[in-house]
Design a protein around this ligand. Structure first.
Ligand code: SAM
Length: 252
């Protein structure tokens, strides 16, 4: 299921989050798909990155829990299905599973890893990038403080799982994967618009705690709190992303 309260509107996503798939390119290099390989794109979104895999000759199936995102991926001519990444039902059907910017929305990581394991052939690779420990920490702190001033508890609606490398590596190894590489990557990321647009695209579970009439004020308050640290003073904003990137193999 999609995180509680988070909607994925493909048009808004394209406008405010095109950088997500663009910055996923190194993940494709890490996967190094060979023509004809069967690849599952887990949390494929609107298919912008999936399309790049297809262009390299891979035979790709995308899954995503958002029916709207799946429709947008299909509109690109991709094979995509609505499915919860925490309850995958594939059995030894893929040479590789790729996931970009989606795993941190799945708060039951062992269920995800279990489904990926079953979906892979022996020898198959699991290559992913997600928010890692410290991701969007400043944004989250400002949101938490602004909600607390209204008597609201951010932790109660936090939809994100941002693990440390040792946490995620331990879970992968615990299921039997050989972890070939895993690391945190600091990646302060310029936004195409305002921080408020980012909040409205990615942080709805927090914003939705406040009544609709108070949300513009809440967003303005968070922007005000972060103007000194996450804006360049000339209208440009960035977000303090920290990614966890990994490559693991299901032994043959
Ligand atoms: C930030 S987008 C990334 C999309 C795409 N991978 C890309 O690189 O552009 C995160 C995606 O994860 C999907 N998602 C969130 N929770 C999910 C779940 N439990 N199962 C499958 N997909 C999920 C969302 O619907 C959304 O499309």
């Amino acid at each position: 299921m999609t995180a509680r309260g988070q909607r994925w509107d493909p048009e808004r996503y394209r406008r405010n989050a095109g950088f997500v798939a663009e910055l996923g390119a190194p993940l494709i290099d890490l996967l190094a798909p060979r023509p004809g390989e069967r690849v599952l794109d887990l949390g494929c979104g609107d298919g912008a990155l999936t399309e790049k895999l297809v262009a390299l000759g891979a035979v790709v199936v995308g899954v995503d829990s958002s029916a709207e995102q799946v429709a947008a991926a299909r509109a690109r001519g991709l094979e995509a299905h609505v499915a919860d990444g925490q309850a995958l039902a594939f059995a030894a059907e893929f040479d590789a599973v790729l996931s970009n910017a989606a795993l941190h929305w799945m708060t039951r990581p062992d269920a995800v890893i279990d489904g990926v394991w079953r979906a892979l052939e022996p020898g198959g690779r699991f290559v992913g990038e997600m928010g890692g420990a410290g991701n969007v920490e400043r944004v989250k702190a400002a949101l938490t403080a602004a909600l607390a001033r209204r008597g609201l508890d951010a932790a109660a609606v936090d939809p994100w799982y941002f693990p440390r490398p040792d946490d995620y590596a331990g879970r992968l190894a615990g299921r039997g994967f050989r972890v070939e590489e895993i690391a945190l990557i600091d990646r302060p990321t310029p936004l195409p618009g305002r921080l408020g647009d980012w909040l409205e695209t990615f942080a709805e579970p927090f914003l939705f705690q406040a009544p609709a009439r108070e949300r513009p004020g809440l967003v303005a308050e968070v922007e005000g709190a972060l103007a000194g640290s996450l804006s360049d003073g000339e209208g440009g904003w960035f977000v303090d992303y920290v990614r966890l990137r990994f490559r693991a193999v299901k032994p043959a």
